[in-house]
Ligand binder design. Sequence first.
Ligand code: TMP
Length: 265
Amino acid sequence: MDFQKPRYIPMSRRRRIYEGKAKVLYEGPEPGTLIQHFKDDATAFNAKKHEVIEGKGVLNNRISEYVFQHLNDIGVPTHFIRRLNMREQLIREVEIIPLEVVVRNVAAGSLATRLGIDEGTQLPRSIIEFYYKNDKLNDPMVSEEHITAFGWASPQEIDDIMALAIRVNDFLSGLFLGVGIRLVDFKMETGRLWENDVMRIVVADEISPDSCRLWDIKTNDKMDKDRFRRDMGGLVEAYTEVAKRLGIVAEGERPQGMGPVLVKG
Ligand code: TMP
């Protein structure tokens, strides 16, 4: 047997590094890599609400692949290397910065509640918020002062994270606008990636309808996880529609690598 070549490791024998609410991370085939596996689990309100929604993981794997590959292509660094199969992708191992970075273009969700602004109100400009990733504390919102005082990220890293967030927001807004979808807000995560002695911040985790608010431009129909959070039903149908419009999943459902579908009028 040739032990030098990377081999396929059966799932049962893979080392599990971390299990989150919607994903599992396994040891990758080479040092510095991991396998990110998308589960069908949907949770909300810090996992107080939980359901298994068949097909969600496959759709998020494909949609997140599409987004991360395009971010890589336009020079926004991410942890993504390539998709491996229907539920898994190969990623670079990074040190996750314990912040959820939320970018908002339109008032919705917790911002609408907290500040008493009607959902759907266009914001005067895009707003970036930080939440401390800590389930025990329910991911509280924090300021740059908290982030630097407690050492979660340095002032330079915060600047880098905000610059990345703005680039991702501009890219995603245009991408979705082109297929008739309004990017209301989204959450992203970042990590530190070391290459030799140089460290840079990259986009990590996933970007999918689980972590974005996506509204149909014409009807304002929700095409994201709010369908689950708000018991609206039709989540898989909505995510499939997002994938179809992006040209990832063709009419007959077999995922294809087509280009985006132009939406007229
Ligand atoms: P929020 O309005 O509930 O604060 O959510 C803002 C955005 O962040 C929205 O697109 C959903 C996403 N999000 C997550 O991805 N994970 C979370 O745990 C939360 C609370 C929000």
